[in-house]
Design a binder for this molecule. Structure first.
Ligand code: EPU
Length: 330
């Protein structure tokens, strides 16, 4: 394990912000994670764990140790129709999706092209086009950042919800995800509840390809335009409030939830409010998807934080709806 000082994180965050870590190390095994934690504790330093860097907005340099998770084990075991796949936290998510689907191990096809690494997938319970990672997650391997205890948390113990998990709560935020255990299938029966996928009874490979086409057409590629995917969650709002809003905005799309509440597309609210394509300094709102904030090349994290606050305030004033941020602001 090699600890480096004053390391640039520019290529390690998907916004591409040029900030530095006081200390940095990349751990490619669980033993190296333990070694890094012991070093950080002996020096009494703060710790920031980084995966693919697609869910953090850096507004300043990072003091203490940035621990990059590069654990890259990958093993599949088939039993009947079920394929159990153990995946190290450092495996790139999209390459995992692609390799499983093209090996005939189905279940992740709707989650193609989501930026980031496998270790981050359970933290915000990544989801798209009718699926969430928790639908195929058997368990999560973790280590406690202060006690060093290693645990396997079951799907239920992870308390998954829409863009939510145990790892986002105060109790769960002390866990570092070392790996995930997926449950896939050899049966080719993809989920096609999302309207754009529903035609022609597609195979999982076709769903994978279709999702790649849809995402590439409206979501910016972080290697070209810095971004962190959806910047806000879709808000869940009581039915009565939605009925009142619909009187004023008849075209408001509404997704009814099983408990009677309604999920509203934050992108629609932001778009209607006139923010799409809007630029402030070096940052802005993407011109094809209003839910995505982008770095036009010269922006910084503080500008993103200011823009996000302006949007939140405007949405609150217009619709009386609080938008909740998805990425973490550091
Ligand atoms: N819409 C607009 N303006 C826009 C974009 C969208 O009015 O600029 C409207 C659309 O017409 C549609 C609605 O908003 O009626 C929803 O749009 P879309 O289907 O594109 O999905 P989304 O709700 O904006 C969510 C996820 C995405 C995921 C898609 C597809 C969240 C926060 N975002 O976006 O996830 O890819 O559904 O399932 O739930 C991500 O998390 O980074 C992400 C991209």
């Amino acid at each position: 394990m090699h600890i480096r000082e004053n390391e640039s994180l520019r290529d390690r965050n998907s916004f591409g912000f040029d900030i530095r870590a006081e200390y940095f190390c990349s751990a490619s095994s669980i033993d190296e994670v333990k070694e890094a934690l012991a070093w950080q504790q002996s020096k009494n330093l703060q710790l920031l764990v980084l995966g693919g860097g697609s869910n953090t907005v850096f507004t300043r340099n990072v003091s203490g140790l940035v621990l990059h998770l590069a654990i890259d084990n990958l093993a599949a075991k088939t039993s009947g129709d079920t394929v159990s796949v153990a995946v190290g936290a450092g495996i790139n998510w999209h390459s995992l999706v692609k390799s499983t689907v093209f090996n005939g191990h189905y279940g992740l096809e709707n989650l193609a092209l989501i930026p980031g690494n496998a270790g981050a997938a359970p933290i915000q319970n990544i989801g798209a086009y009718g699926k969430e990672v928790c639908d195929n997650l058997e368990s999560v391997e973790v280590i406690h950042r202060t006690t060093g205890e290693q645990l396997t948390l079951s799907n239920t113990e992870c308390q998954f919800g829409y863009r939510h998990s145990l790892f986002k709560t105060p109790k769960g935020s002390d866990f570092i995800v070392l790996g995930i255990n997926l449950e896939l299938s050899t049966i080719d029966d993809p989920v096609v509840t999302y309207d754009a996928l529903a035609n022609k009874d597609p195979t999982a490979k076709q769903v994978f390809q279709q999702v790649c086409v849809i995402r590439s057409s409206k979501l910016p590629d972080p290697s070209v335009i810095g971004n962190a995917g959806s910047f806000f969650k879709n808000p869940i709002v009581p039915r009565l409030q939605v009925d009142a809003l619909r009187d004023e905005y008849p075209s408001l799309p509404v997704y009814l939830q099983s408990d009677g509440s309604c999920k509203l597309p934050a992108a629609w609210l932001i778009d209607q409010a006139g923010w799409k394509g809007h630029r402030i300094d070096g940052v802005g709102v993407h011109d094809k998807q209003a839910l995505v904030l982008v770095n036009h090349g010269t922006g910084n994290g503080q500008q993103i934080a200011i823009l996000a606050n302006e949007i939140r305030t405007d949405i609150k004033n217009r619709y009386n709806i609080e938008l909740e941020r998805e990425p973490v602001i550091y």
